[in-house]
Write a protein that binds this ligand. Structure first.
Ligand SMILES: NC(=O)c1ccc[n+]([C@@H]2O[C@H](COP(=O)([O-])OP(=O)(O)OC[C@H]3O[C@@H](n4cnc5c(N)ncnc54)[C@H](OP(=O)(O)O)[C@@H]3O)[C@@H](O)[C@H]2O)c1
Length: 317
């Protein structure tokens, strides 16, 4: 098959579309003929050599895909050749074929095209697992979403609104602020001009890390839950435990990629049960900024790096 190979750590130019061996599926794997994949911020780090794949995962980048099942292992449950699916991957998505444990495979939600579905697994699983399973956002509570126009942010705004929460989003330009409001955010502010720490939120979905730790703590309501899923603003910060204690608040942090298959399976089951129906009903729409041929993955990486995008950038076969 052909796939994108990272020739050496570096800029987008190190991504090369070339012949590689087909994946070797295990007994519990589904093999997918890939229709599309999508670019995630983690892929940029992997390309630069800062985020190696977990042990046993493919060296080929790509944390999600959509396509058609072409082979199922002896232990696979619930999937057959010909099924239209999307999947959460530990790697290997920028390729013509990928093998993935069946627990991480999901049907394409009704009403979504097979290509659009490629941009759903990472954002749906990340938001569902952190905001709903871990932080237990409830109806009527307020969610503060940083980077509301990111792939993750566009899903977080829509999902929290669909579940009856109030949403405040931050973004770095007037255009992105406008899109956050269009997606349903009750308030959106340009973090370059306004201070979000004066707001009050029951749950904060944070992608900045150290640089926002103090302000996030200030913005937490009593009983608030801060969930850190990204460290774009650094990983080491100072924490005022007194403030945390006074607010009876909590902080959690989680990555998705290295979680064991059974945990990813539980997240995917939750997403299929509780997120897909909202997508099929039109309450949540995939937000796609651009669709780029997979062999031109370098161009897609440049686009994501520019920060000009809103939502997901897809890679199509
Ligand atoms: N832990 C996990 O399991 C997991 C899974 C998936 C993604 N993530 C993380 O989630 C984040 C979003 O991922 P993505 O793939 O959706 O990437 P993305 O679309 O490239 O989003 C990055 C966003 O960060 C925003 N941003 C940068 N500086 C900011 C600041 N100071 N305050 C608020 N927003 C800021 C940018 O928007 P502006 O132009 O508005 O600044 C941009 O929209 C990344 O940090 C990624 O690593 C974590």
């Amino acid at each position: 098959m052909r796939a994108i190979v990272i020739m050496e750590p570096g800029g987008p130019e190190v991504l090369d579309w070339q012949e590689v061996p087909d994946p070797e599926p295990g007994r519990g794997d589904v093999v997918i003929d890939v229709a599309a994949s999508a670019v995630n911020r983690a892929d940029l780090l992997q390309r630069q050599g800062h985020y190696p794949p977990p042990k046993g995962a493919s060296e080929i980048p790509g944390l999600e895909c959509s396509g058609t099942v072409i082979e199922v292992g002896a232990d696979v449950e619930g999937f057959r050749p010909g099924d239209q699916v999307c999947a959460l991957l530990a790697g290997g998505g920028y390729a013509e074929r990928v093998a993935v444990p069946w627990q991480q495979v999901m049907p394409v939600p009704a009403g979504v095209s097979p290509v659009e579905a490629a941009g759903l697994p990472e954002v749906a699983c990340t938001v569902w697992s952190n905001v709903f399973m871990t932080a237990r956002l409830r109806k009527g509570e307020t969610l503060l979403v940083h980077g509301g126009a990111s792939g993750i942010g566009t899903m977080a705004i829509q999902l929290a609104k669909a579940y009856g929460s109030r949403v405040i989003a931050t973004a770095g330009s007037a255009e992105k602020v406008r899109r956050c409001l269009e997606l349903g955010a009750d308030e959106a502010l340009n973090y370059r001009e306004e201070d979000f720490s004066v707001k009050k939120a029951d749950v904060i979905l944070d992608i900045i890390g150290a640089a926002y730790l103090k302000k996030n703590l200030d913005a937490l309501a009593v009983g608030g839950r801060l969930v850190v899923i990204g460290m774009q603003g650094g990983r080491v910060g100072e924490l005022d435990l007194g403030k945390l204690l006074a607010k009876r608040a909590s902080i959690s942090a989680a990555g998705l990629r290295a979680r064991p298959v059974d945990e990813k399976g539980a997240i995917c089951r939750g997403v299929v049960q509780d997120v897909w129906p909202l997508i099929s009903a039109g309450a949540i729409k995939p937000v796609i900024h651009a669709t780029v041929p997979m062999r031109d993955a370098a161009e897609a990486h440049r686009l994501l790096e520019s920060g000009d995008h809103i939502g997901k950038i897809l890679l199509v076969r």
